[in-house]
Write a protein that binds this ligand. Structure first.
Ligand code: BV8
Length: 225
């Protein structure tokens, strides 16, 4: 019986598609204060600033194309005789553009959320403060993104997959943000083999049995083949 594979992806898998990572040279967090643009407190303080930040990323992501790493994972998900679950920290839609399905634990740029009634709807390219909710009509629209201090999405489903996978792979993530950075321990503890594919060592490289170092567009297709 072919094993079950869980693949965790981070910003590094989309870097070669032209979408900046967070912590690398000239990354998003070098240009923006996390407290201002990626916390509920920052949104309450200055929603216009937060919308500008996500509007720019939403337009960039809409124009971006998946690279060979996204395509290789879509192929693996299609052709592997066992189950392949992609859990992504990314808010871009590049896994889906490559034909794969992914669990978005930190939300999606293409979705808007009403913080009054919880309704979700396809986000307009540009959101503005007081975005009206099409369900309750409150002017309470926000980017459907998990900010720091907020509970990530689909955590129960993800926990089940980590408990039942035979192989856990991590691609393009620095391992600095929890709970995602703790997934390798959960999977290893449940008996899974573990592999990290990254451009450089991460905060959690020691937790992995196997490593492939290099750009995702090269090492992921090689690993899948
Ligand atoms: C800074 C850190 C210490 N803080 C946290 O972890 C906090 C607090 C916290 C919780 N538990 C803890 C335990 C210890 C310490 C702190 C905490 N966590 C939270 O607040 C989380 C919510 C965190 C989510 C925040 N939102 C994001 N993103 C959406 C926004 C947006 O996109 O704007 S986080 C964001 O940063 C994270 C890290 O980014 P990466 O994707 O890894 O990117 P990065 O730039 O860092 O690294 C890129 C990597 O790629 C590599 N690379 C570059 N180019 C390539 C290339 N070409 N090929 C291959 N690899 C490449 C580089 O070498 C590098 O390694 C990702 O998750 C990403 O989504 N919520 C929460 O904990 O809720 C309660 C809770 C309680 C119980 C159980 C569950 C929950």
């Amino acid at each position: 019986m072919a094993g079950k594979i869980v693949v965790l992806t981070g910003a590094g898998i989309s870097a070669e598609s032209g979408l900046g990572t967070f912590r690398d040279e000239g990354g998003l967090w070098a240009k923006h204060r996390i407290e201002d643009v990626a916390t509920p407190e920052g949104f309450a303080r200055d929603p216009a600033l937060v919308h500008r930040f996500y509007n720019a990323r939403r337009i960039q992501a809409a124009e971006a194309l998946p690279n060979a790493a996204h395509e290789a994972l879509a192929r693996l998900q299609r052709d592997w005789p066992g189950e392949v679950v992609i859990v992504t920290q990314n808010v871009d839609g590049l896994h889906e553009k490559a034909g794969a399905t992914a669990i978005h634990m930190h939300g999606e740029l293409s979705s808007a959320l009403c913080y009054r009634c919880g309704h979700r709807w396809p986000s307009p390219p540009e959101m503005a403060p007081g975005e009206p909710c099409p369900a309750c009509h409150a002017r309470a629209g926000r980017p459907d993104i998990v900010w720091f201090g907020e509970m990530p999405y689909h955590m129960d489903e993800i926990a089940d997959h980590l408990q039942t996978c035979d192989l856990f792979a991590s691609i393009g993530t620095s391992g600095q943000v929890y709970p995602a950075a703790g997934f390798v321990q959960e999977a290893a503890y449940a008996g899974a083999r573990t592999i990290e594919l990254n451009l450089a060592d991460s905060e959690i490289s020691r937790a992995f049995e196997d490593h492939r170092v290099g750009p995702a567009s090269r090492v992921v297709p090689q690993w899948v083949a």
